[in-house]
Design a protein around this ligand. Sequence first.
Ligand SMILES: Cc1ncc(COP(=O)(O)O)c(C=O)c1O
Length: 312
Amino acid sequence: MQAARGTRCDAEQVLIVAGAQQGFELVCRLLLDPGDRAWMEEPGYPGARSALRAAGARIAPVPVDAEGLDVATGARRARDARLVYVTPSHQYPLGVPMSLARRLALLHWARVARAWVIEDDYDSEFRYGARPIPCLHGLDVDHRVIYVGSFSKTLFPALRLGFVIVPPDLQAGLVAARAAADQHPPTLDQAVLADFILEGHFARHLRRMRLVYAERLQALREAAERCCRDTLRLRPVRTGLHALADLDGVHAVRVVREAAARGVETAAAAAYCAARAPAVNALVLGFGAVRPEAARRAMERLASAIEAARRR
Ligand SMILES: Cc1ncc(COP(=O)(O)O)c(C=O)c1O
């Protein structure tokens, strides 16, 4: 983790969990009392929102702009928050990396407010040309950042293995919460994964998949340009396995419905928002599992879905 992501930790700080979701759940349960305030990115990952809700948090949605989480707005809306959930490497789902200035502002605010920060680094490994961005955890000298990683995207979600890098003050509490939840994830799976990593297969897999996904992203871009030039605008994709496509003059939720009727699965960015009237009208297009030929066919169907949604 130090070499790959610039964290500052030792092995004793790493707690293995049954996927990032269990990490969120344990951290929220440990740190929040019902009624405590927490910042949540808006739009943001619904799994994190549900962990905050389950712990009884009062959620303050904090907008995301071109530099990532808007720390100043968060501080204005909920200065007494106890916990912040953030995806600095690749904001989920908008895809922007958090600027260095914002990272420092967030850490400064957390220090003064004595708040904790969950850094969800889910979407950091598959980069396309962009230089790796060191994680927030590596900048944190106050030990307020709780880093959560997962093998769901790098390997597969059914594995249910993730990890939390736990600040020293939380170690005893989180280990106890972990033991109370399920003792530990299956050790056989962990042993197989450990060998997979130690024998170099994991690094090779990442290198190989980076090329495969870059090719799929390129196919998606070309197909969008060919079939939907006037209706869809793909935002730059620096990392991760989905693209965000802005729509003009047609409602994303309608397009999602029409696309589903044509066998194409997409999501509206609005589905990641807590607000009733979300500010973003865009589609989330996953390309990780879509081969180049399939991307071309899907984009033709999506073009017809946009047309149909427009006519309605
Ligand atoms: C941003 C983000 N964080 C975390 C997760 C959850 O990971 P896990 O499968 O390890 O619970 C996901 C899954 O889609 C995700 O999109």
